[in-house]
Ligand binder design. Structure first.
Ligand code: PAF
Length: 290
Protein backbone atom coordinates (compact mmCIF):
# COMPACT_ATOMS: atom_id res chain seq x y z
CA UNK A 1 0.00 0.00 0.00
CA UNK A 2 1.28 3.44 -0.90
CA UNK A 3 1.27 6.24 1.66
CA UNK A 4 0.56 9.53 -0.06
CA UNK A 5 0.84 12.81 1.81
CA UNK A 6 0.97 15.46 -0.87
CA UNK A 7 -2.27 16.25 -2.72
CA UNK A 8 -0.29 16.67 -5.96
CA UNK A 9 1.14 13.15 -5.54
CA UNK A 10 -2.38 11.87 -4.97
CA UNK A 11 -3.51 13.55 -8.19
CA UNK A 12 -0.56 12.00 -10.08
CA UNK A 13 -1.30 8.50 -8.68
CA UNK A 14 -4.94 8.84 -9.67
CA UNK A 15 -3.97 10.04 -13.16
CA UNK A 16 -1.94 6.84 -13.67
CA UNK A 17 -5.04 4.80 -12.70
CA UNK A 18 -7.14 6.67 -15.23
CA UNK A 19 -4.48 6.35 -17.94
CA UNK A 20 -4.56 2.58 -17.35
CA UNK A 21 -8.37 2.70 -17.41
CA UNK A 22 -8.57 1.25 -13.93
CA UNK A 23 -11.65 2.20 -11.98
CA UNK A 24 -10.95 3.86 -8.65
CA UNK A 25 -12.99 3.51 -5.45
CA UNK A 26 -12.53 5.97 -2.60
CA UNK A 27 -13.26 5.74 1.12
CA UNK A 28 -12.91 9.13 2.86
CA UNK A 29 -12.43 8.80 6.63
CA UNK A 30 -11.21 10.72 9.65
CA UNK A 31 -9.18 7.73 10.85
CA UNK A 32 -9.41 5.71 14.09
CA UNK A 33 -10.60 3.02 11.70
CA UNK A 34 -12.97 0.23 12.72
CA UNK A 35 -14.81 -2.62 11.00
CA UNK A 36 -17.32 -0.14 9.55
CA UNK A 37 -14.57 1.65 7.61
CA UNK A 38 -12.92 -1.63 6.63
CA UNK A 39 -16.27 -2.90 5.31
CA UNK A 40 -16.37 0.19 3.05
CA UNK A 41 -12.83 -0.54 1.85
CA UNK A 42 -13.74 -4.17 1.09
CA UNK A 43 -16.91 -3.15 -0.77
CA UNK A 44 -14.87 -0.67 -2.83
CA UNK A 45 -12.22 -3.32 -3.47
CA UNK A 46 -14.87 -5.73 -4.79
CA UNK A 47 -16.06 -3.18 -7.33
CA UNK A 48 -12.93 -1.29 -8.41
CA UNK A 49 -9.46 -2.10 -9.67
CA UNK A 50 -7.89 0.28 -7.14
CA UNK A 51 -8.98 1.63 -3.76
CA UNK A 52 -7.83 4.77 -1.96
CA UNK A 53 -8.71 5.56 1.65
CA UNK A 54 -8.10 9.04 3.02
CA UNK A 55 -7.47 9.82 6.66
CA UNK A 56 -7.99 13.46 7.49
CA UNK A 57 -9.56 14.94 10.63
CA UNK A 58 -11.34 17.78 8.92
CA UNK A 59 -11.37 20.97 11.03
CA UNK A 60 -14.10 22.51 8.83
CA UNK A 61 -16.76 20.12 10.09
CA UNK A 62 -16.24 20.44 13.86
CA UNK A 63 -18.41 23.04 15.52
CA UNK A 64 -17.13 21.95 18.96
CA UNK A 65 -13.36 22.54 19.43
CA UNK A 66 -13.25 19.97 22.27
CA UNK A 67 -14.65 17.31 19.91
CA UNK A 68 -11.96 18.19 17.32
CA UNK A 69 -9.13 18.18 19.89
CA UNK A 70 -10.25 14.86 21.37
CA UNK A 71 -10.93 13.10 18.11
CA UNK A 72 -8.99 9.81 18.31
CA UNK A 73 -5.84 9.60 16.15
CA UNK A 74 -4.28 6.16 15.60
CA UNK A 75 -2.29 6.39 12.40
CA UNK A 76 -0.02 3.36 12.85
CA UNK A 77 -2.96 1.05 13.63
CA UNK A 78 -4.97 2.56 10.77
CA UNK A 79 -2.21 1.90 8.25
CA UNK A 80 -1.91 -1.73 9.33
CA UNK A 81 -5.68 -2.23 9.08
CA UNK A 82 -5.81 -0.69 5.61
CA UNK A 83 -2.98 -2.89 4.37
CA UNK A 84 -4.77 -5.94 5.70
CA UNK A 85 -8.05 -4.88 4.05
CA UNK A 86 -6.32 -4.67 0.66
CA UNK A 87 -6.35 -0.89 0.23
CA UNK A 88 -3.98 0.28 -2.53
CA UNK A 89 -3.22 3.78 -1.28
CA UNK A 90 -3.71 5.73 1.93
CA UNK A 91 -4.03 9.46 1.37
CA UNK A 92 -2.94 11.36 4.51
CA UNK A 93 -2.94 14.98 3.42
CA UNK A 94 -1.35 17.73 5.46
CA UNK A 95 -3.96 20.39 6.18
CA UNK A 96 -1.99 23.30 4.69
CA UNK A 97 -1.40 21.44 1.43
CA UNK A 98 -4.97 20.15 1.10
CA UNK A 99 -6.41 23.63 1.61
CA UNK A 100 -3.80 25.64 -0.28
CA UNK A 101 -5.60 28.33 -2.26
CA UNK A 102 -8.94 26.99 -1.04
CA UNK A 103 -11.96 29.18 -0.29
CA UNK A 104 -14.92 27.44 1.36
CA UNK A 105 -18.00 27.34 -0.84
CA UNK A 106 -21.51 27.84 0.57
CA UNK A 107 -23.29 24.84 -0.93
CA UNK A 108 -27.04 24.64 -1.38
CA UNK A 109 -27.81 21.69 0.88
CA UNK A 110 -31.31 21.55 -0.59
CA UNK A 111 -33.01 21.80 2.80
CA UNK A 112 -31.62 18.45 3.91
CA UNK A 113 -29.81 20.09 6.84
CA UNK A 114 -32.99 21.68 8.24
CA UNK A 115 -33.53 19.05 10.95
CA UNK A 116 -31.65 16.59 13.18
CA UNK A 117 -27.89 17.25 13.07
CA UNK A 118 -28.22 20.47 11.07
CA UNK A 119 -29.55 22.87 13.74
CA UNK A 120 -27.43 21.25 16.48
CA UNK A 121 -24.15 21.43 14.55
CA UNK A 122 -24.18 24.71 12.61
CA UNK A 123 -21.76 24.61 9.68
CA UNK A 124 -21.06 20.89 10.07
CA UNK A 125 -22.52 19.71 6.76
CA UNK A 126 -20.99 22.63 4.84
CA UNK A 127 -17.64 21.51 6.29
CA UNK A 128 -18.25 17.92 5.22
CA UNK A 129 -19.31 18.79 1.67
CA UNK A 130 -16.40 21.21 1.27
CA UNK A 131 -13.78 18.69 2.38
CA UNK A 132 -15.25 15.82 0.36
CA UNK A 133 -15.22 17.98 -2.75
CA UNK A 134 -11.66 19.09 -2.03
CA UNK A 135 -10.55 15.46 -1.55
CA UNK A 136 -12.31 14.53 -4.82
CA UNK A 137 -10.27 17.19 -6.63
CA UNK A 138 -7.10 15.21 -5.95
CA UNK A 139 -8.36 11.62 -5.72
CA UNK A 140 -10.78 11.88 -8.67
CA UNK A 141 -12.49 8.57 -7.90
CA UNK A 142 -15.24 6.90 -9.90
CA UNK A 143 -17.20 6.27 -6.71
CA UNK A 144 -16.92 7.14 -3.02
CA UNK A 145 -18.26 4.97 -0.20
CA UNK A 146 -20.01 6.25 2.94
CA UNK A 147 -21.75 4.48 5.82
CA UNK A 148 -25.47 4.79 6.45
CA UNK A 149 -24.77 5.44 10.13
CA UNK A 150 -24.26 9.06 9.09
CA UNK A 151 -27.48 8.96 7.11
CA UNK A 152 -28.00 12.72 6.90
CA UNK A 153 -24.42 13.20 5.68
CA UNK A 154 -24.96 10.49 3.06
CA UNK A 155 -28.24 12.00 1.80
CA UNK A 156 -26.73 15.49 1.66
CA UNK A 157 -23.68 14.28 -0.28
CA UNK A 158 -25.88 12.34 -2.72
CA UNK A 159 -28.18 15.32 -3.22
CA UNK A 160 -25.36 17.85 -3.67
CA UNK A 161 -23.50 15.49 -6.04
CA UNK A 162 -26.64 15.09 -8.19
CA UNK A 163 -27.54 18.79 -8.03
CA UNK A 164 -24.04 19.95 -9.02
CA UNK A 165 -23.48 17.15 -11.52
CA UNK A 166 -20.39 15.82 -9.76
CA UNK A 167 -19.00 12.93 -11.81
CA UNK A 168 -18.32 10.82 -8.69
CA UNK A 169 -20.96 8.30 -7.57
CA UNK A 170 -21.83 8.53 -3.87
CA UNK A 171 -22.49 5.01 -2.60
CA UNK A 172 -24.23 4.34 0.73
CA UNK A 173 -23.39 1.15 2.65
CA UNK A 174 -25.18 -0.49 5.60
CA UNK A 175 -24.19 0.40 9.15
CA UNK A 176 -21.84 -2.12 10.73
CA UNK A 177 -22.75 -2.99 14.33
CA UNK A 178 -20.99 -4.71 17.19
CA UNK A 179 -22.44 -8.12 18.11
CA UNK A 180 -24.54 -6.45 20.82
CA UNK A 181 -26.05 -3.96 18.34
CA UNK A 182 -24.09 -0.74 19.02
CA UNK A 183 -23.26 0.99 15.74
CA UNK A 184 -19.49 1.13 15.24
CA UNK A 185 -18.07 4.64 15.54
CA UNK A 186 -14.59 6.02 16.13
CA UNK A 187 -16.10 7.95 19.04
CA UNK A 188 -16.93 4.66 20.82
CA UNK A 189 -13.22 4.53 21.67
CA UNK A 190 -13.78 7.40 24.08
CA UNK A 191 -16.49 5.59 26.09
CA UNK A 192 -15.61 4.15 29.50
CA UNK A 193 -16.64 0.49 30.00
CA UNK A 194 -19.67 1.73 31.94
CA UNK A 195 -20.66 4.22 29.22
CA UNK A 196 -20.13 1.52 26.57
CA UNK A 197 -22.68 -0.63 28.43
CA UNK A 198 -25.10 2.31 28.79
CA UNK A 199 -24.79 3.06 25.07
CA UNK A 200 -26.64 -0.17 24.29
CA UNK A 201 -29.85 1.69 25.11
CA UNK A 202 -29.44 3.46 21.73
CA UNK A 203 -29.88 0.41 19.46
CA UNK A 204 -32.48 -0.99 21.90
CA UNK A 205 -34.57 2.19 21.58
CA UNK A 206 -34.31 2.10 17.78
CA UNK A 207 -35.30 -1.58 17.69
CA UNK A 208 -38.26 -0.83 19.94
CA UNK A 209 -39.36 1.91 17.58
CA UNK A 210 -38.88 -0.35 14.57
CA UNK A 211 -41.08 -3.02 16.13
CA UNK A 212 -43.78 -0.75 17.53
CA UNK A 213 -44.21 1.84 14.76
CA UNK A 214 -46.09 -0.53 12.40
CA UNK A 215 -48.44 -1.51 15.24
CA UNK A 216 -49.06 1.55 17.40
CA UNK A 217 -48.14 4.23 14.85
CA UNK A 218 -45.16 6.55 14.68
CA UNK A 219 -46.09 9.08 17.37
CA UNK A 220 -46.76 6.51 20.11
CA UNK A 221 -43.79 4.35 19.20
CA UNK A 222 -41.49 7.39 19.19
CA UNK A 223 -42.75 8.50 22.60
CA UNK A 224 -42.19 5.09 24.16
CA UNK A 225 -38.72 4.70 22.61
CA UNK A 226 -37.81 8.19 23.84
CA UNK A 227 -39.03 7.32 27.35
CA UNK A 228 -36.98 4.15 27.27
CA UNK A 229 -33.85 6.03 26.27
CA UNK A 230 -34.37 8.99 28.62
CA UNK A 231 -34.79 6.61 31.58
CA UNK A 232 -31.31 5.13 31.02
CA UNK A 233 -28.73 6.43 33.43
CA UNK A 234 -25.96 8.53 31.92
CA UNK A 235 -27.80 9.28 28.67
CA UNK A 236 -29.02 12.71 27.58
CA UNK A 237 -31.24 12.51 24.52
CA UNK A 238 -30.63 15.29 21.96
CA UNK A 239 -33.23 13.96 19.56
CA UNK A 240 -35.09 10.79 18.78
CA UNK A 241 -37.61 10.99 15.99
CA UNK A 242 -38.84 9.67 12.69
CA UNK A 243 -38.37 11.21 9.26
CA UNK A 244 -39.26 10.69 5.64
CA UNK A 245 -36.42 8.72 4.07
CA UNK A 246 -36.06 11.09 1.10
CA UNK A 247 -36.22 14.59 2.65
CA UNK A 248 -35.56 13.78 6.34
CA UNK A 249 -38.59 15.91 7.25
CA UNK A 250 -39.87 14.84 10.68
CA UNK A 251 -43.13 12.86 10.63
CA UNK A 252 -45.51 11.71 13.35
CA UNK A 253 -47.72 9.45 11.25
CA UNK A 254 -47.26 7.19 8.28
CA UNK A 255 -49.50 9.18 5.93
CA UNK A 256 -49.09 7.37 2.62
CA UNK A 257 -45.51 6.28 3.33
CA UNK A 258 -44.48 2.64 3.38
CA UNK A 259 -41.12 3.27 5.01
CA UNK A 260 -39.31 5.87 7.10
CA UNK A 261 -36.12 6.42 9.09
CA UNK A 262 -35.78 6.73 12.87
CA UNK A 263 -32.86 8.95 13.92
CA UNK A 264 -31.27 9.44 17.31
CA UNK A 265 -28.51 11.52 18.90
CA UNK A 266 -27.47 11.24 22.54
CA UNK A 267 -24.77 12.46 24.84
CA UNK A 268 -23.04 9.95 27.05
CA UNK A 269 -20.44 11.52 29.31
CA UNK A 270 -18.13 13.53 27.02
CA UNK A 271 -19.20 11.69 23.88
CA UNK A 272 -21.97 12.39 21.40
CA UNK A 273 -23.30 9.39 19.47
CA UNK A 274 -25.75 9.16 16.58
CA UNK A 275 -27.54 6.24 14.99
CA UNK A 276 -30.53 5.52 12.76
CA UNK A 277 -32.62 2.61 11.55
CA UNK A 278 -35.03 2.01 8.66
CA UNK A 279 -38.70 1.47 9.55
CA UNK A 280 -41.24 -0.32 7.40
CA UNK A 281 -44.95 0.06 7.77
CA UNK A 282 -45.83 -3.58 7.23
CA UNK A 283 -45.97 -5.61 10.42
CA UNK A 284 -43.13 -8.10 10.24
CA UNK A 285 -43.30 -11.58 11.71
CA UNK A 286 -40.79 -10.64 14.42
CA UNK A 287 -42.76 -7.55 15.45
CA UNK A 288 -45.89 -9.59 16.17
CA UNK A 289 -43.94 -12.33 17.86
CA UNK A 290 -44.53 -15.02 15.23
O1 PAF B 1 -17.89 10.51 7.86
C1 PAF B 1 -16.75 11.00 8.07
O2 PAF B 1 -15.87 10.37 8.67
C2 PAF B 1 -16.45 12.41 7.60
O3 PAF B 1 -17.56 13.23 7.76
C3 PAF B 1 -15.89 12.49 6.17
C4 PAF B 1 -16.93 12.02 5.17
C5 PAF B 1 -14.65 11.64 6.07
C6 PAF B 1 -15.54 13.93 5.82
O4 PAF B 1 -14.56 14.43 6.67
Amino acid sequence: MELIRQPQDMAAWSAVCRAEERSLGFVPTMGALHEGHLDLVRRARDRHAKVVCSIFVNPLQFNDPADFNNYPVRLAEDEALLREAGCDAAFLPVKEALFEGFTPHAYDLLGLDAHWEGPLRPGHFQGVVNVVHQLFRFVRPDAAYFGEKDRQQLLILQAVAAHRHWPERIVGCPTVRAADGLALSSRNLRLSPQERAQALAIPRALELLQQEAPITGIAKATASARDHLASQEGITVEYLGVARGDTLEPITDWGDLGSAIALVAVRLGPVRLIDNIALTRSVTASAVGL
